[in-house]
Design a protein around this ligand. Structure first.
Ligand SMILES: C[S@@+](CC[C@H](N)C(=O)[O-])C[C@H]1O[C@@H](n2cnc3c(N)ncnc32)[C@H](O)[C@@H]1O
Length: 298
């Protein structure tokens, strides 16, 4: 039995938006992960193209889904959907899913420095990008660190925390997650050290987004979606923090109602959907999920 750690979020809702009006349904899972959503998409589609930038987790999904013969795997970032599909002469896509961010696998199993709960080397790379969390923490200037914390962690104390890290690394390099966590903890006001959200959460989030260029890649991917979709093709976006959700929301706002160079979409749900209380109870990491659904208008 394989050890799958990530429970697919809002699976019933995802299923409910898979269109049944296509004779031949081609679907795309832009974020395969351990393949929880792909398992269902493969059953409901004639062909499924699953994208995943992390080769390690992709292998796990491939093993899990080995009995399906209608899945093509693409070990690349989802901004390449717009080039990979035409290159493979794939027809227009009827359903696309973006389950954004990282998987629970990355926090619990990957040992690549995503979590400050374990003591591992600072890495956080999802793919073969050259810059690691170690480089960001030890080589970025104080101003660059401050910008990363401000932009990707939306931290009010971005400047102070950047200064604290630069002071600490002037004594010795910061190599592990625990060393970084310790610095953040001791530079957090005593009354905030034991808040519900650990003081290191936003610093780690910001560094991960910087290392993997997550928001820029998402914004780039959004611009290519329209071209890949069939008439009335559906896209489901699931985001887990405000920066991702904002990127999706702003893109959709700009391309709803008014047609411009990126096409035209119709919002299927006026308000975001969120997991039920029951799902959150069963699978607490689902609690921050926000789902937006759109349809292509030709
Ligand atoms: C929330 S998980 C997906 C979980 C999956 N739906 C499941 O049920 O198992 C997001 C996945 O997207 C991958 N990912 C993140 N950014 C990506 C990108 N730009 N291109 C392709 N995959 C990406 C991560 O490595 C992670 O495995």
């Amino acid at each position: 039995m394989m050890n799958i750690v990530h429970t697919p979020v809002m699976l019933n809702e995802v299923i409910s938006f898979i269109p049944n009006s296509f004779d031949e349904l081609i679907s795309v899972d832009a974020t395969l992960g351990e393949g929880g959503h792909s398992e269902v998409l493969a059953q409901k589609s004639n062909h499924l193209h699953s994208f995943e930038r992390d080769a390690e987790i992709l292998k796990i999904a491939e093993k899990r889904l080995e009995n399906f013969n209608n899945i093509s795997y693409h070990n690349t970032t989802y901004d390449n959907i717009k080039t990979s599909l035409p290159e493979a002469h794939v027809g227009k896509v009827g359903f696309m899913l973006f389950d954004l961010g990282v998987s629970l696998y990355h926090f619990k199993e990957a040992n690549r420095g995503f979590s400050f709960k374990d003591d591992t080397k600072l890495d956080m790379r999802l793919g073969i990008n050259d810059k690691s969390a170690y480089d960001v923490v030890n080589k970025y200037s104080q101003k660059e660190l401050e910008d990363v914390f401000y932009k990707y962690g939306e931290m009010k104390n971005a400047r102070f925390m950047a200064q604290a890290i630069v002071d600490a690394r002037s004594k010795t390099v910061i190599e592990t997650t625990k060393e970084l966590e310790n610095i953040i903890f001791h530079n957090t006001r005593k009354e905030n050290r034991y808040n519900k959200t650990h003081p290191a959460t936003l610093v780690f989030q910001a560094i991960r987004i910087e290392v993997n260029n997550e928001i820029n890649i998402l914004e780039d991917a959004l611009k290519g979606i329209y071209e890949c979709l069939a008439d009335k093709g559906i896209v489901v976006f699931m985001s887990y923090h405000s920066l991702e959700d904002r990127a999706v929301k702003q893109y959709l706002k700009a391309n709803e109602k008014t047609r411009n160079k990126d096409g035209l979409f119709r919002l299927i749900n006026k308000h975001v959907l969120i997991p039920t209380d029951e799902e959150i109870k069963k699978n607490p990491p689902s609690r921050s999920c926000k789902m937006r659904i759109v349809e292509k208008v030709v």
